[in-house]
Design a protein around this ligand. Sequence first.
Ligand code: TA6
Length: 310
Amino acid sequence: MNIAETMQSLYANYGELEGITIECQNELLAIGIQNTAAKAEIFLQGAQISQYQRHNEEPVLWLSKACVYQNGSPLRGGIPICWPWFGDINKNPQAVQSPFTEDKLKTLSAHGFIRERNWEVNAIQTPTDNITIIELRYQIFAEQEPLWPFATDLIYRIEIGEQLKASLTIKNLDSMPFNYSCALHSYFAIDHINHARIKGFDQSDYIDTLADWSQYIQKGDILFNNEVDRIYQSAPEAIQLIDNNREIHIKSTGSNSTVIWNPWVDKAKRLSQFNAEDYQKMLCIETANIMDDVVYLEPSEAHSLTVIIS
Ligand code: TA6
């Protein structure tokens, strides 16, 4: 369906629901959600949550003002979904690289392709006046997707309320097993990077992708005074992002790896849809299944990766 037909179908199915709006921003369609607890916005492209904000509070997620809202350009910010591989495919375990030929591996862009695909809205429910549930789906049939040879069902269930809960379930519909790495690549809005710290990773092992992927052990809180791009091989029960004026709590299930990233000054200048000073106002805490934590699914098996932000 083209954008007009999709818009019509969304209006027909969900337009009457309390607090639901169908929005068109440049080339992209989004669902606006408002209830007594919070407001949010989710783009069909990549099932990307772009905004989540509780009433009378600052936005929880950061979204670049330089977004172009064009087909094929995932928004810079919110929660992009990275699947069926995280980061550089060539830095992934062999099991994740195995479906691709040597030549193909040279051409694949970072973070997989699912954040560039238009998902379908499966359901929108407003069970109470302070909770809205939206479920998006992307089905891959055998031989359909040049970048992924396996029949796969992706279901993304998002709960908007006093907390934000996002749960990505991947089901193997194929006759062959497969491996994947993935992440819910959450961009958090902060007052200033110089005052931000992350609690919960003390004594955790991490890989520093900026220091030849060497292994280190975290000592105390994670502070920021330069570019940080680390893969923690843990998903602590309680991660706290402490900023000048608030604490954001992040919990996860189905994950045992977490990426912490701030581009700082130099990388900020190289990033698309990102203004030079933006590194001061954002911080990524990414709930992942990567490195030692990649997922293996036999036919008809499923795995869910969930983040709860409060
Ligand atoms: O998660 C950290 C990271 O892998 C960084 O290295 C940086 O590349 C970031 O993701 C954003 O990647 P993107 O492809 O969205 O520009």
